[in-house]
Design a protein around this ligand. Structure first.
Ligand code: GS8
Length: 225
């Protein structure tokens, strides 16, 4: 088996984090695309607890859960550093990354998978998440004078949140609303564009149009629309 192998599904924001992290560190890896309706034996063997992608396999040992994988990559390869050095800054980056998983992902999923009041609530919750993240970015980037959540260098929270951006178009289209980036979240708007200039991010993120096509099919499966 290759020294580093990734089990992933192209459309997963969680899997994209792992690809970005490996690309940023310049680690060579083998990539295995999984079909979640027909998981490989390797996936079931490497992640028997959750049976989910992404999984990183390093020298035969599996590491699961995307944020844990990104931290593992940060600790195992030292070409650049994702987490800040000061304990408080590290805690803050981890706190907001956890927020993207718990609050942001959940609000987005409700927009994609539900209708009527549940979907409306999903939209309100998503906009509240954007507001909070705009505030966090302002604070962490010293009022917008530094380019990233991590300050002057692209880091842990940037890696955790940027994959969601290729789903924004699907949220807007399936939720039939517009996310007011320019008027309400100008720092996030500029941050997304800046991240999209990075080779690692370009490589990991599919186009918003392709994600939308996938999301439309997913919604049909969920709602029978
Ligand atoms: C989430 C992974 C996940 O949901 C992480 O790695 O951060 N907390 C985890 N993986 C999904 C695909 S992306 O929506 C998955 O593998 N689902 C398969 C299943 O539930 O059977």
């Amino acid at each position: 088996m290759a020294q580093v192998k990734v089990l992933n599904t192209w459309v997963s924001m969680f899997g994209m984090r792992v690809v970005i992290a490996l690309e940023e560190k310049g680690v060579k890896y083998e990539y295995q695309e999984e079909v979640l309706s027909n998981k490989s034996d390797l996936l079931l063997q490497m992640n028997p607890v959750h049976k989910k992608i992404p999984v990183l396999i390093h020298n035969g040992q599996p590491i699961c859960e995307s944020l844990i994988i990104v931290q593992y990559i940060d600790e195992a390869w030292h070409s650049t550093q994702f987490l800040p050095t000061k304990p408080y800054d590290r805690a803050l980056a981890r706190f907001w990354a956890d927020f993207t998983d718990k609050k942001f992902y959940d609000a987005g999923a409700r927009i994609l998978r539900s209708k009527d009041e549940a979907q409306e609530q999903g939209k309100r919750d998503l906009l509240e998440c954007f507001q909070l993240l705009e505030g966090a970015l302002k604070e962490m980037s010293e009022g917008g004078s530094l380019p990233f959540f991590n300050g002057k260098d692209f880091g842990f929270l940037d890696i955790a949140f940027i994959p969601f951006s290729c789903w924004f178009h699907a949220y807007e289209t399936l939720g039939n609303f517009k996310i007011p980036f320019e008027s309400e979240y100008p720092l996030l708007d500029a941050w997304v564009k800046r991240c999209m200039d990075r080779e690692s991010v370009k490589k990991a993120l599919p186009s918003p149009e392709k994600v939308l096509e996938y999301a439309i099919q997913m919604r049909k499966r969920f709602l029978g629309d």
